[in-house]
Design a protein. Sequence first.
Length: 262
Amino acid sequence: MDLELHGKVALVTAASKGLGRATATQLAREGARVMISSRGEEQLRATAEQIRQATGAEVEHCAADVSKADDLARLLDETQSRLGGVDVLVNNAGGPPAGGFDALDDEAWQAAFELNVLSGVRLIRGVVPHMREQGSGRIVTIASSSIKQPIENLLLSNTYRVALVGLSKSLATEFAPYGILINTLGPGRIATDRVAGLDAGRAAASGTSVEQVRAQTEKTIPLGRYGTAEEFGKVATFLVSWANTYLTGQAFLVDGGMVRGI
């Protein structure tokens, strides 16, 4: 299947590792011209070079903190000047800290809001004018399986990831007349550094090993294993491709069947 991504400009945030990197790599393999971003310049530069070597694609990088408006404005300007207007946005950000209600003060709530919600609003605001003008565009926001089922001790994520679904669903309707398709994609237990850290926290809290925590979790997944970032990246790439012409306003899980709700 031709995903019709050759020559498209794709912006992927939080892309130096994990889900963002895997998605950026897959986009590059499909011929997209890719701008990747994250906070750490050194790791980001190395990732861009590794994706270039693996795919032969045009890959640029620009360090930015998505929770800061000035950084996002600079990222959007750099993407425009180096690659042109953005055809594809993969809106991704790191997860907020773990914790229950009593552990979270106003500062924690505000920081998580700026990281996980306002960053997406600003990025979409920045890319939509070009998409609207050309009459097409694709946006995927990476959230979490918590959009369907809350995860214990991840109150901030449970709250703000759902907000992203509301944002995407609303904008999918508003921008559909311009050919802009917008969806949300929630990873389940994908083997990333973020999930490894959460597993380590659970192990420490329960007095067990990380291996035991993972084994217990895998029993709740019908496919019996954690997913890979590459598997997630392939789904994300299809959703932001021009092979997808009729899926918009939807929230999908890549979770191996872990969430049992209908």
